[in-house]
Design a protein around this ligand. Structure first.
Ligand code: SF4
Length: 137
């Protein structure tokens, strides 16, 4: 089962990360405790020269950008109301409280996206969050 989940994530994640990257380029920014790290990561990719000798800015194709975004795709996990960028298990709030800070996957079902520095929320999460807010009122 875990291998199937990993395969699915490896196929799905690059496209999701690319969509997040394009959204950022267009000014549709993520929110949440991890938003700043993510936008800085994307900005670094945007600024990377095509090659060491490339002075003029060159428009990259999605394939080139995907290669640069691969690190993000490898650590992305999806929660119902947020993205989890699982770059550092020792920063994962729920793993700390569960006493398993070295785990190789987040406890996404117990995510504390309001406080975890690896959590971001995107426009695609808005309907879930609106529904949640409505149920609470
Ligand atoms: S609390 Fe949420 S965002 Fe943070 S590591 Fe766990 S699942 Fe990921």
């Amino acid at each position: 089962m875990s291998a199937e989940v990993n395969d699915h994530e490896q196929q799905r994640n690059p496209e999701l990360v690319l969509a997040d990257f394009h959204n950022c380029q267009q000014g549709v920014l993520p929110v949440g405790p991890g938003a700043r790290s993510l936008t800085e990561f994307f900005a670094g990719i945007d600024e990377k020269p095509e090659s060491a000798a490339a002075a003029p800015r060159v428009q990259r194709g999605d394939r080139d950008v995907l290669n640069l975004l691969a690190r993000g795709a490898m650590v992305l996990h999806l929660g119902p109301a947020n993205h989890c960028w699982f770059t550092n298990p020792s920063r994962a709030l729920r793993l700390k409280s569960a006493g398993t800070p070295a785990a190789d996957r987040p406890l996404i079902g117990m995510c504390d996206s309001a406080r975890c520095p690896q959590a971001t929320r995107h426009s695609c999460h808005q309907p879930v969050r609106a529904e949640h807010a409505e149920r609470r009122t």
